[in-house]
Design a protein around this ligand. Structure first.
Ligand code: SAM
Ligand code: SF4
Ligand code: SF4
Length: 347
């Protein structure tokens, strides 16, 4: 049953984890389903038929999401990223965004999408108050894109989606590119050439060992330092100084003024020290690290507690106990338990 919001005041100074990192960002998965089957996320065959995805009645309702986000904002969160699965598949997403955009204190709402539904939805998303958009696109080679997406992605549909988002008024659309050695690395410079001068920064993401089904192998990772050299040799770049310790990407700008790129180097240059992100799955499980194998199910409190203040206190307690720094500890043998898949956790 929907409940009125009556949050307990919580001293936001106390919403710091055991490594003194404040809780500032929330990544919210609104659905775990997807119309792609990317090899690094949800490979074909890894979904074992019925029961693989959450039944729709298990998803947080819009009202529950609004109350939950308000609870996070009360603890210090000011940035929200909507993700999934493919978030645009969630029925009625623009109406949810409209309500999220009205939450006082939430000053940055972004969304990550594979782009194919933007042609239909970009206008509605812009009108609903979505601030920023990230589109995932790994290559401009249609065959390679088809292979990476499990035969589901059509390059023209993604490009049409990006064009629709531009027409709807989105600027600086971030382009997320996961680079895998021997798969799409030889097409990266073409992709950069395409987006140079467009105003949309491409972010090269090192292939990560999220979940267990993508058969991650360190040999498949291209360390981002290699890109700095290769890109600089083609189009001279310079590093941009960041004032935000929570920024995941190291930013560079083309010296000829053709824009920016970002390098997200979770494998070769981990950034756990500045990690201020919590994650919520579409069915209300709280995770404090992308590589967690255990989360805290908030749903019983969300649906059955005496009031939302209890949910807020629980989030606060979980965050206060947080010690996660998986990427800095990767390979030390401490993390051999099964991890949650990216499409469940929300990237
Ligand atoms: N479906 C949407 C999309 O693909 O943009 C949103 C969810 S997806 C899980 C979020 C981001 O995670 C995407 O940019 C995707 O490329 C990235 N991602 C997924 N699996 C990854 C992996 N193993 N390593 C690095 N990035 C990954
Ligand atoms: Fe779907 Fe995004 Fe995962 Fe690809 S990365 S399978 S588009 S959720
Ligand atoms: Fe944050 Fe975990 Fe990634 Fe480190 S490994 S940056 S703690 S999500």
């Amino acid at each position: 049953m929907d409940r009125p919001l009556a949050l307990h005041p919580v001293d936001t100074q106390l919403s710091r984890d055991r490594l003194q990192r404040p809780l500032r960002e929330l990544r919210l998965s609104v659905i775990d389903r997807c119309n792609f089957r990317c090899t690094y996320c949800m490979p074909l065959g890894s979904m074992k038929g019925k029961g693989s995805f959450l039944p729709l009645e298990k998803l947080l309702t819009d009202h529950e999401i609004i109350n939950l986000v308000k609870a996070f904002v009360g603890l210090g969160v000011h940035k929200l990223r909507i993700t999934g699965g493919e978030p645009l598949i969630r029925p009625g997403l623009p109406a949810l965004l409209e309500q999220l955009a009205e939450i006082p204190g939430l000053n940055d709402i972004a969304l990550t999408t594979n782009g194919v539904m933007l042609d239909r939805l970009a206008d509605d998303l812009a009108k609903a108050g979505l601030g920023r958009l990230t589109v995932s696109l790994d290559t401009l080679d249609p065959d390679i894109l088809g292979t990476i997406s499990g035969g589901k992605a059509d390059l023209q549909e993604v490009l049409t989606g990006i064009a629709a988002a531009e027409r709807a008024g989105f600027e600086r659309i971030k382009i997320n590119t996961v680079v895998q050695k021997g798969v799409n690395d030889h097409t990266v410079l073409d992709l950069l050439a395409h987006f140079r001068g467009s105003g949309h920064p491409v972010r090269l993401i090192e292939f990560m060992d999220v979940g267990n089904s993508n058969h991650w192998n360190p040999a498949d990772v291209v360390p981002n330092a290699e890109w700095v050299e290769r890109i600089n040799a083609r189009w001279p770049i310079e590093s941009l100084v960041s004032t935000n310790p929570a920024e995941t990407a190291r930013r560079y700008r083309y010296l000829d003024g053709a824009g920016e790129i970002g390098l997200i180097s979770s494998i070769s240059q981990p950034f756990c020290g500045g990690c201020t992100r919590a994650r919520i799955t579409a069915d209300g499980i709280l995770y404090t690290c992308l590589f967690s194998n255990r989360g805290t199910n908030l749903m019983p409190l969300i649906r059955h507690s005496d009031g939302p203040g209890q949910v807020q206190q629980k989030i606060h307690d979980v965050w206060a106990a947080r010690t996660d720094r998986y990427s800095e500890e990767r390979g030390d043998g401490r993390h051999d338990e099964s991890k949650v898949e990216m499409y469940r956790m929300g990237g």
